[in-house]
Ligand binder design. Structure first.
Ligand code: ADP
Ligand code: MG
Length: 460
């Protein structure tokens, strides 16, 4: 792996000279080499858009550079990485805490405060402002401005709580704040982390004489702390406790704290009241779903960013996407990228019919997952997603749960034990029982059959 890293560094050096700096920073630098399989170099990214752009535009040039750097003919394969959500991170409040394992990265002070954690694409300049996000944008600008100011006076804005649904631009704004502060005042220390990383680092530090003070120092000596997806801390009492102290210390020393969440503070049910009440302080800004005009503007910017000219055909494709996808900007951009790749692959110019074909393909190839099944069934039967994993036995909950297990068995290749695990850690016999029962009921009950067909048609 070490030699892959070295050779990848050499590849980057070659590419840096060949590409324009924005393209290099936005698309090439964030790639993470995963492995070398014979002569195939696997490169990973969590960003669908980067994946599309590389496959479309930069594959050949990367392969050419890698071939020189590695010393043999290299081809590349792109891989979309899942952002990890590791539920094992939960730390019960009172139980003894296990020793950190060696595999956890130790925390060093040098690790702090680097631009490299901030996606160069996520700047204020690249953020399209519309009604849905103008307040959040203004609030983000205000805190960024006040935090980059020199001198030590008490700043006007100290805490910003950004919230809104997935793919609406929270992370983008947080990175933009970080970049803005660093660009305007090099001396400021900015730290962006996801709440998940914060939790993992805390777990690795707990119980270690040296690591724990390093952890505290790392988080408490910054000028701006940006914590993304705070909802991850729900139910994790020990982590909340530590975050609370970090928060307090930064707050009393006039530092900036920006927090994002997928819900309003008062809806974060299992978050300590001390924390939620603090989130009420100062600024709170939500991001709504973008309206049609904003969706169009965002897609246009994306197209231009990818060197696509806005011809009337491209315009109509953009309108098609903006009509079809209304609530998640990440998905909108992903669709645009699939259409661009599809048209390049087929060597056909972008048009509405190419777009329809491309979207159909990408939809058909989306695998059905246990999560999508749970969501769909929960929605159909009007129960919560949590009910799917809960131990509630009321028929109104237990029956939809059994349907979801049955569908998971039929539509995915998960085994009975794996399905049990996915439904709140149930035994495989429970799943087996549910599947047999559903099979029997379906023989007798035509209404049920229709209901299940309707759910399937939404999933596939
Ligand atoms: P969240 O963190 O809320 O889930 P992200 O910040 O990751 O969402 O945004 C998802 C994608 O949508 C990113 O590629 C981001 O650049 C883009 N995006 C979101 N809002 C805007 C906007 N107003 N203008 C331009 N791009 C946006
Ligand atoms: Mg995010």
């Amino acid at each position: 792996m070490e030699s892959i890293q070295n050779n990848w560094k050499k590849t980057l050096d070659l590419l840096r000279g060949d590409l324009n700096p924005t393209a290099y920073e936005s698309f090439i630098e964030p790639l993470v080499p995963q492995a070398l399989d014979q002569s195939v170099l696997i490169l990973g990214t969590e960003d669908q858009m980067i994946l599309g752009v590389i496959s479309n535009r930069y594959r050949q040039i990367i392969e050419a550079a890698a071939t020189v750097a590695f010393g043999f003919n290299v081809s590349i394969r792109m891989e979309l990485l899942e952002p990890k959500q590791d539920e094992q991170c939960e730390i019960p409040g009172t139980e003894p805490i296990p020793e950190a394992e060696d595999s956890f990265a130790p925390i060093t002070n040098e690790e702090l405060v680097q631009e490299k954690y901030l996606n160069p694409k996520y700047t204020f300049d690249n953020f399209v402002v519309g009604k849905s996000n103008e307040y959040a944008h203004a609030a983000a600008m205000a805190v960024a401005n006040s935090a980059s100011a020199k001198g030590r006076g008490r700043s006007q804005y100290q805490v910003l709580f950004l919230y809104g649904g997935a793919g609406l631009g929270k992370t983008h704004l947080m990175h933009a704040i970080g970049r803005y502060i660093l660009a305007n005042n090099k001396r400021k220390k900015v730290l962006y982390v996801t709440a998940e990383t914060f939790t993992q680092e805390l777990i690795s530090a707990i119980g270690h004489q040296k690591l724990m003070p390093a952890f505290k120092k790392k988080y408490r000596k910054v000028d701006a702390l940006l914590i993304d997806d705070i909802q991850f801390l729900e139910g994790k009492e020990r982590t909340q406790e530590e975050f609370f102290h970090t928060f307090d210390e930064l707050y009393t020393s006039d530092k900036l704290i920006v927090i994002s969440s997928d819900r309003a503070p008062e809806k974060l049910e299992t978050l300590d009241d001390r924390l939620t009440s603090r989130f009420m302080w100062n600024l709170k800004a939500d991001i709504q779903k973008p309206d049609y005009e904003t969706r169009i503007a965002i897609l246009k910017r994306s197209a231009i960013f990818n060197n696509v000219e806005i011809t009337p055909e491209v315009q109509s494709v953009i309108e098609l996407i903006a009509e079809k996808i209304t609530s998640n900007i990440r998905e909108m951009e992903g669709s645009l990228m699939s259409i661009l790749s599809y048209s390049t692959l087929l060597g056909r110019p972008i048009s509405l019919s190419v777009a329809r074909e491309a979207l159909k393909e990408s939809m058909e190839s989306t695998p059905v997952t246990v999560d999508s099944i749970k969501r769909c069934v929960a929605k159909t039967y009007n129960i919560t997603l949590k009910d799917m994993d809960s131990s509630k036995r009321a028929r109104s909950v237990a029956f939809p749960r059994q349907i979801a297990m049955y569908l998971t068995k039929n539509l995915t290749d998960m085994s009975y034990p794996k399905i049990g695990e996915a439904f709140g850690g149930r035994d495989h016999t429970t799943v087996l029982y549910a599947c047999n029962k559903m099979r029997d009921e379906l023989q007798l009950n035509k209404d049920l059959e229709r209901e299940i067909e309707a759910i399937k048609s939404q999933l596939i």
